[in-house]
Write a protein that binds this ligand. Sequence first.
Ligand code: NAI
Ligand code: MG
Length: 364
Amino acid sequence: RSLTIGLIPADGIGREVIPAARQVLEALPKDALPAKLDFLDLDAGFEYFQKNGVALPEETLAALKDKCDGALFGAVSSPSHKVAGYSSPIVGLRKKMDLYANVRPVISGAAATASGEKRAIDMLIIRENTECLYIKEEEQGSDAQGKFAVAKRRISEFASRRAGEMAFSMALQRDAMRQQLPLAERTWKSRPKVTIVHKSNVLSVTDGLWRETVRGVYNGNELYKNNVDVEEQLVDSMVYRMFREPEAFDVVVAPNMYGDIISDGAAALVGSLGLVPSANVGDSFVVGEPVHGSAPDIAGKNIANPIAAIRSAAMLLERTGYGSAALAIYRAVDKVLEAGQIKTPDLGGKSTTNEVTDTICKLL
Ligand code: NAI
Ligand code: MG
């Protein structure tokens, strides 16, 4: 068998952490990954846009579709002001490849939290990935009081249903995995639970449709109803509860923008954005992507934490059918975190990106 992975480092620390992830994939022993690995270097990003006038070239999309089984994306330095002709390549990629759910596991595991306190956090955030405010339909106007701007927010039954299905089916999958562990080792001991995040007390039309549709997925499926608990949480109190009692969450499903925000917040609970991976998942393709951005403040210094990208590579393997290879990577990463000797500055250490990567490779 062979596995061809497209590599899109894009900007900033993406260019440091994606090569690190590649190095780890290449270090996997043959018995863990029984496939021939091929990599394809692909272009995208803001810097690429500045040179070539396009942020997500057609050749990259074509290569992903025709030649790759999956891909890894680094991060893009999207400017905060409007740049004529530019639009975020990762947002475009998610849309064009129909990667409709962004799956973000947030696990405390061995890593001490920023405050030094240890809590058993094992959340899976499912972020709808194709619509909400990120359709970017914004316009400016003006009236007697001056300028104003309006953004459209799209919520559809179709996209909400797919995100809901992903959440409930992943809740069952996680439960099946947990059942294989002795009770003492399970971070989550009760029935699987899905928390539906919304703000339909205010946005009753858009978030109302989201809430009803995701609930409908649950109510329409006996398997879910019999095996999964469901609860709802308004997005503002979701943030509050998540910081107060993060151990109370199992699977969390949210519209695009709320999901974006709460997952960065959740990253703080487990120590660093540099630890949290994600996978952009569609029915036929997957793109692993660290949750963090291009971190211009630390780019080019060989101090970015590569673990988020390395775990994203493992998620890619998991979703392309190489679960035991993925597990080998998760274990090696956990070992390094548990030992606590080799860590990058975001975790309070002094190690470089390369040292962390090499240590993980040696363990493999
Ligand atoms: P950021 O995630 O790049 O950085 C936030 C903070 O976390 C910074 O202090 C950074 O140094 C730190 N950090 C992030 N990743 C780290 C890692 N692997 N190791 C150690 N420290 C890490 O978010 P920020 O600063 O808001 O955005 C910077 C740029 O990234 C912007 O242009 C933004 O548009 C872009 N961005 C891109 C994303 C993507 O490509 N999917 C996602 C989020 C932001
Ligand atoms: Mg984000």
